[in-house]
Ligand binder design. Structure first.
Ligand code: NAG
Ligand code: NAG
Ligand code: NAG
Ligand code: NAG
Ligand code: NAG
Length: 363
């Protein structure tokens, strides 16, 4: 006992006298022994042990409840609100059986709907969301096409995703990715084998729809509305290539950028006109492309004559016939201008068909 105290004193003398930086002089067990013995009183030591024991029990219980929790467990296991589970109206309890040994977490999307604007991306997303093995982000993320979002990092992006089981596919949609010049490489860096969905439609119909949407925005803000004809025809009477909606319908121009990074078989092209006129076959193809079982059945879709397109026969959807903006009437366009537009797009469509190895029956 006394020899240890002596040694302790000698050591402290040595510290104060020495200018040399100190590394360990005694082996670890000696130190811990003396620390416990001389610096922590016995009663405190006992309390500490009790607290430690309680913490271990709590932690074990928490892990245990997470392991045995399948549905309303997010508040325990991920510290978020349980309502996140039911994001986009999906009733997760349907999936409990299929995922009995799995846990929910937020995952980076394995599939992205990259565009095209006003070609039915929202309808596609809503239809796919019916599938029990698909979860979707209802909000457009604009992550890869905006520098300040992208600089927040993939962990930020992942946290925007809904909770999913490991057998489920997470899908994000941002139509602005298609025409952006950075998104291809950034998506490729996230996951070079990702699957992409591109939905397109008749470029002239899409152009008119794009124009209608832009003008609707102006009307709401009480801004001056300009006729389509005045926007798409320049002073020389030619198609105005500076008008963004004109550009966005030149599909090959943007598609080629995607083929620089992704194999053609990683990109599935959905026919937006057919998705409206007869959704089932298009959705069926997407299920195959994603390697999923065919779970979205034909009788889910019914035609609403007054609306002019298909609606979904599911109670859980608040709006089975999609948003009001989707059925907005388009303006009458001068037939001569329509002819000029179709003549303008025809050779450009052909270039797209060649790139895509897929044709569409547009005029
Ligand atoms: C989920 O589905 C189950 C069984 O079909 C049903 O009892 C429950 O009410 C549904 N919950 C929600 C939030 O829709
Ligand atoms: C759950 O799985 C069992 C056996 O795997 C099956 O018999 C049962 O029909 C499934 N229930 C549902 C609701 O899918
Ligand atoms: C990348 O995407 C593919 C196709 O969806 C998927 O199978 C794979 O798990 C993804 N990889 C990562 C790291 O997320
Ligand atoms: C059909 O569409 C009309 C117009 O939007 C709507 O009011 C009606 O509820 C729809 N009918 C059904 C059965 O969905
Ligand atoms: C083009 O598509 C056809 C039929 O869809 C397919 O048989 C052929 O292999 C494709 N060619 C290329 C180069 O991908």
């Amino acid at each position: 006992m006394s020899s240890v105290s002596n040694e302790e004193n000698n050591l402290s003398d040595w510290f104060t006298n020495s200018t040399v930086s100190y590394t360990r002089l005694r082996n670890i067990s000696d130190w811990s022994h003396s620390l416990l013995k001389y610096q922590i009183p016995k009663s405190v030591r006992r309390k500490l042990l009790i607290i430690l024991f309680i913490l271990i029990v709590c932690f074990t219980l928490m892990i245990y409840s997470c392991v045995n929790c399948y549905v309303n467990c997010t508040s325990v296991c991920t510290f978020t609100k349980p309502s996140y589970i039911l994001a986009d109206g999906k009733n997760v309890s349907h999936n409990v059986n299929a995922s009995y040994d799995q846990h929910m977490s937020r995952r980076l999307p394995q599939c992205i709907i990259i565009g095209v604007r006003k070609a039915g991306t929202r309808a596609l997303l809503e239809y796919l969301n019916i599938h029990p093995d698909i979860v979707v982000t209802s909000k457009e993320q604009h992550f890869f096409n905006t520098d300040d979002r992208y600089s927040l990092g993939l962990e930020y992006y992942r946290n925007q995703m809904p909770l999913s089981f490991s057998h489920q596919i997470t899908i994000e949609k941002t139509p602005a990715y298609f025409t952006d010049l950075m998104s291809q490489e950034r998506i490729y860096r996230m996951n070079s084998s990702i699957r992409l969905l591109l939905i397109i439609r008749d470029p002239v119909v899409r152009l008119v729809s794009d124009y209608t949407q832009l003008m609707y925005g102006k009307k709401v803000k009480n801004k001056h509305v300009i006729a389509l004809e005045d926007l798409i025809i320049d002073r020389n009477g030619d198609i105005d290539l500076d008008y963004k909606p004109i550009q966005r319908s030149i599909y090959y121009h943007y598609f080629i950028n995607w083929l620089e990074f992704f194999r053609r078989d990683q990109i599935h092209i959905v026919d937006g006109d057919k998705l409206i006129s007869n959704p089932y076959p298009e959705i069926n193809e997407v299920e195959s492309f994603l390697g999923l079982g065919h779970r979205i059945s034909k009788d889910l879709f019914y035609y609403n004559a007054s609306k002019g397109f298909f609606c979904v026969n599911l109670d859980k959807l608040d709006n089975p016939c999609l948003g009001e903006s989707k059925g907005r009437p388009h303006p009458e366009v001068d037939p001569d201008i329509l002819t000029e537009l179709y003549d303008f797009y025809r050779p450009r469509n052909k270039m797209f068909f060649e790139l895509a190895n897929k044709s569409f029956d547009w005029p």
